[in-house]
Ligand binder design. Structure first.
Ligand code: KG4
Ligand code: ZN
Length: 339
């Protein structure tokens, strides 16, 4: 028998709704907000307004694409945090109202756990291989950078984290310095594919444990570009691909250095990469190479499941539904990570 879960995601600048049947995605609709592009980052007030505008059509489309009636839903899972409070409130209020109207369980989901659990989603009926617990997971997004040891679906131990900026933020800020649009990660990734990653060197943080730091890199990149522009106003245009490739290379090195350190100490057989930055082609290759070097299995999410989407919220809701871990209608969204 199928369990149908509707997932709702509205933590940042994507309004998304997805219907899954057990672990299989029936629909995953994402309305990305273009309005932030010209500002070089997400404007919270504009984001929550756009969510209000998008949420009904996005949920309606998700149900239609899944070809199911809302009365068939077993539960509604939604992102309760971390994220922008105004944005989270739109998704959470809608989820509560809909669960109440349909008289079905409401399930709150942590956005970061959602990214990690996206690896358990299936696109069709062929059962794909899944990581076995415990596994190691590098979760890299626009707001977070975490090295996790995942003992069970909702038992995630933080081994390392960023002490300042997230990896995605480093990509986005570097792109902004180069005059590229937001979000900068995908643009840098594309440019980097034709650039020389060793052309320019930038200083990398050297923390002794498993923690990361990206704010120094951003400053070193900013000062370098600013100094070069003093001598040559066309420096960015002339070196764009090499600058993109070099900064991407440095960010990947910072991430894989800590993953490598962990692999030296931890014998977990499986490694997972999650979060928006896991779409990065260079990082995917680097992680595959590391897995090969240390003889581990690597699980990379499909590209359309790397950045924010509601299918990852629905699958997290599914695992909570199996344990009957339902939420009270009194729970309120939170902005900072709880893991
Ligand atoms: O997980 P996500 O969609 O949202 C957050 O939870 O933050 O991640 C968004 C981040 C942005 O910083 C974006 O620039 C980055 O993921 N990103 C990438 C790529 N695609 C998205 N960074 C590097 N390379 C990419 N291909
Ligand atoms: Zn995310």
């Amino acid at each position: 028998m199928s369990i149908y879960i509707l997932g709702i995601e509205s933590s940042c600048d994507d309004t998304s709704a997805s219907v899954i049947a057990n672990q299989q995605i029936l629909s995953n609709v994402i309305a990305s907000q273009k309005v932030h592009s010209e500002f070089g980052g997400v404007i919270p007030e504009l984001a929550s307004r756009a969510h209000q505008h998008n949420i009904i059509p996005v949920i309606d489309t998700a149900l239609k694409r899944a070809k199911i009636n809302k009365k068939q839903l077993n539960a509604i899972a939604y992102t309760n945090g971390p994220g922008l409070l105004g944005s989270l409130l739109v998704g959470s209020s809608f989820a509560k109202a809909m669960a109440l109207a349909l008289n079905i369980p409401l399930i709150e989901v942590d956005h970061l756990q959602g990214h990690v659990l996206s690896v358990f989603l299936e696109k069709d009926e062929t059962k794909k291989e899944k990581p076995q617990f415990p596994f190691l997971c590098l979760t890299v997004s626009g707001g977070h950078t975490l090295l996790l040891k995942v003992h069970d679906y909702f038992d995630m131990q933080v081994v390392g984290k960023t002490i300042d900026d997230a990896a995605g933020e480093a990509f986005d800020k570097a792109a902004k310095i180069l005059g590229l649009p937001y979000p900068g990660g995908p643009v840098i990734d594309k440019l980097a594919s034709v650039g020389n990653p060793l052309k320019f060197q930038f200083s990398m943080a050297n923390l002794p444990n498993f923690d990361f730091s990206f704010s120094g890199l951003k400053t070193s990149f900013l000062y370098f570009v600013r100094d070069q522009l003093k001598n040559d106003k066309q420096f960015i245009e002339k070196n764009l691909a090499d600058l993109a490739a070099s900064i991407q290379f440095t960010i990947i090195q910072s991430l894989t250095k800590k993953m490598k350190l962990l692999l030296e100490q931890d014998k977990c057989k499986d490694i997972v990469l999650a979060g928006g930055v896991s779409a990065n082609s260079g990082l995917r290759v680097a992680m595959k190479n590391l897995a090969k070097e240390y003889q581990r299995n690597i699980f990379l999410p499909d590209l359309d499941l790397t950045t924010d989407n509601a299918a990852m919220i629905a699958i997290s809701g599914y695992f909570k539904y199996l344990k009957q871990e339902y939420s009270s209608f009194k729970v309120t969204p939170y902005s900072s990570s709880k893991i």
